[in-house]
Each structure stands twice: as C-alpha cells, then as structure tokens.
Write a protein that binds this ligand. Sequence first.
Ligand code: CTP
Length: 394
Amino acid sequence: MKRRSVLLGVTGSIAAYKAAELARELSRHGVEVRVMMTPAATRFVSPLTFEALLASPVVTDMFDSGPAGPIPHVSLAADADVVLIAPATADCIARIVHGLADDIISCTAMASECPLIVAPAMHENMYRSAATQANIAVLQERGAVVVGPDSGDLASGGRGAGRMSPVETIIGVTMKTLGRHSDLAGRTIIVTAGGTQEFIDPVRCITNRSSGKMGYAIAEASRDRGASVVLVTAPASLTPPSGIEVVRITSAQEMFEATQTAVQHAQALIMAAAVADYRPTGLSPHKIKKQGQEMLTIQLAPTIDILGSIQGSFVKVGFAAESTELECNAEAKLTAKNLDLIVANDITATDAGFGSESNRVIIIDRQGTFDRTPLLSKREVADRILDRVVQLLS
Ligand code: CTP
C-alpha cells in the first residue's frame, strides 16, 4: 500500500523550529513527509535540520531542478495527499488567498488539488488584523482546514492569540484529514480504555493493572482510518490521541453511562477497558482509620456489565484477558455478551498484554473462526481488529 504523503510547508515564523518536531512526529506516524521552505523560514531553521530528520531533500526554490524535478511546485503538488503549512505566516496566508504565486509554498498550495491544512502563527495584532481575519475566513470558505492559533506567551514577550497550535493537535488534524477516504471514513467508533476505579474512601480505590495502551491504540488507529472517535477512558497516564473526542470517567457506572450515550449514533463499540466487576457497597466520606490489628472487611456489590447491557445495531467488540482456558473463556463471553468479535489475550505472557507495548491476541467471531496474531505492536493489533470491524460494517 502506498504510504500516505504530507507536503509540509514551513514559512518564516519563530514557530518554524516546532516544524522540525512536527515533521519527525508525522514520519513516526508512518507518513511520508516532504518539506518545502520559504527563504524567510530558512533564516529560523536550516533545511539541513529537516533533511537530517527525514533523509529527504528540502525544496526552497521554485526554480530548483533538484530531485523534485524541473517544475517542483507541480510535481510536489501532484504527489501530496495533504498540503500542511505550519507555521503559516500572515503573509503566506494572504498570498494563497490572493493568488500571489511567487514562492514555492504559495505556488505549490495553489497547484495542488488535495486538502490544505494551515496552522497560523504570528503576533496577536497581526492575527486579529482585519486583513488576516478576512483571509482566514476566505481560506475556510474554500475548504481549507485552519488549525489554531492558540493563546499563550508570544515570542514578542506579550501574551495573546497567535501561537502555533501544539504539534500533537496538528498531527491529529492531519491524520484525520489523511483518513478522509479510508475504510472507516464517515463512521463513528466508540472505544473504551483503561482500568475503572471504585472508591472505598477519599484516598483509596479498587482498580486493576490496565494501562489503557490497547484502547488508546485502537482510538488512534480508528482516527487514522477516517472514523469519528469517542474515547471513553478511565484514569490512565497516557495522553489521548488528538483529533478525537475524549470522555473521562472513573467508575464502572460512569463508564456505562458515558458509553451508552456515546454509542447512540455509533456504528461500532470496542470495549478495551478493564472494568471493575465489584464496587464497595458504601463510600466512606472520610479516610478510613487503621484500627490496630483488627481485620477490616469491605463489602462489595457487583457493577453493571456494560457490554452485556448495551444493545443496539452496531458492531460490538469485547476483550477477554484470561489467565486460564483462554479460548474457552473468551468464546463463552462472546456468546454471553452477544458480541460480534472478542479479542482474547493471555495475561500470563510476559512479553504481551498489561502495560506492555505489544500484544498477541486471538480474534474470535460468531462463526467460531480463530484469527491468531503473532506478537505485534498494540497499534498493529488495533489495525487487525479494525480490519475485522470494517468487514462486519460492509
Ligand atoms: N466488561 C464490561 N463490564 C463489566 C466487566 C467487563 O463491559 N462490568 C467488558 C470488558 O470491557 C471486556 C469484556 O467485558 O471487553 C470482558 O471483560 P472481562 O473482565 O474479561 O470479563 P468479565 O465479564 O468481567 O468476567 P470475568 O472477570 O469473570 O472474567
């Protein structure tokens, strides 16, 4: 499959140094990144920085007959799946809006037919000026995606709007835009992740070892394949992927309510969360004090079975993390919870599962087909699961 390609245009703003990180992160997401820079941008960051990070030449001159060919703006435009200008100065935005094609970036942006994403970065007064506001409005009317800018400390010393959006935000928008024509475009997928917490008193809770990594990987992969994603997450020490809706919950009951609401307009529910099966019957309003050597008994009541309770016309995928009789237990859960697929993993494996970066799973369907994966990254496992969801949706 051809790697998706982003043509990154870097213009002359102090935020140009962040474009190096952006280019590297996009490349880490499996995207082919080509870079073009205006002469002003090269005064902030050297083209060599991008060339070293990406092992690919940077185009700075529209008359450069280098590897991009004798007419670089046409060949670069034809090869790109997305043109991303980050940072985009007021001048660059104005040039594109008014058709002033006399530098490599404005020229290529105008020659391309693929989606255009623009991340403005400039002083607040320039951003708020009537000219820039009007130009940005025109860009949006013409279908461009404008990301940010954010508010905060500005290079000039003041505070205000004008900072380029964080790299993760721009990555999220770019990956979602690249997914516009992928196999989950137009679909809404609900993903749950992490280990729920059931509080005993204000400082103590019952939880489990789930890191949330598998669910977060499924959410990211769904976004990259064009889906609108709602991630219902229990507390986790991970940053959720950008470009998705995140609903933070704590207990099993809260996860049930958030998931039931989110799934109303969804085509698939993937429950990767490790949900507590029991909760303390009463929450102590004060910290429970130690009482010598006496035994302490905490009474537990069952929580709601979320997957078992939520029914509807969407694809339902569960997980079965088992330490014994993996296949048999997983099949029983597939039937009991009325699932389309169950993803079984053996939690006794030392190289996969809880907290690990990788996983080895068996995807079981209603027909009793067992699809066994080798040890893969959680992102690769996520894509295998989504391949099956796509089949079920079509
Ligand atoms: N699950 C759920 N609600 C619960 C418990 C689990 O929706 N209260 C979901 C999990 O997110 C997972 C699937 O059900 O997708 C199986 O979870 P698991 O903990 O393996 O199974 P349980 O049904 O809790 O059974 P047991 O703990 O006895 O193995």
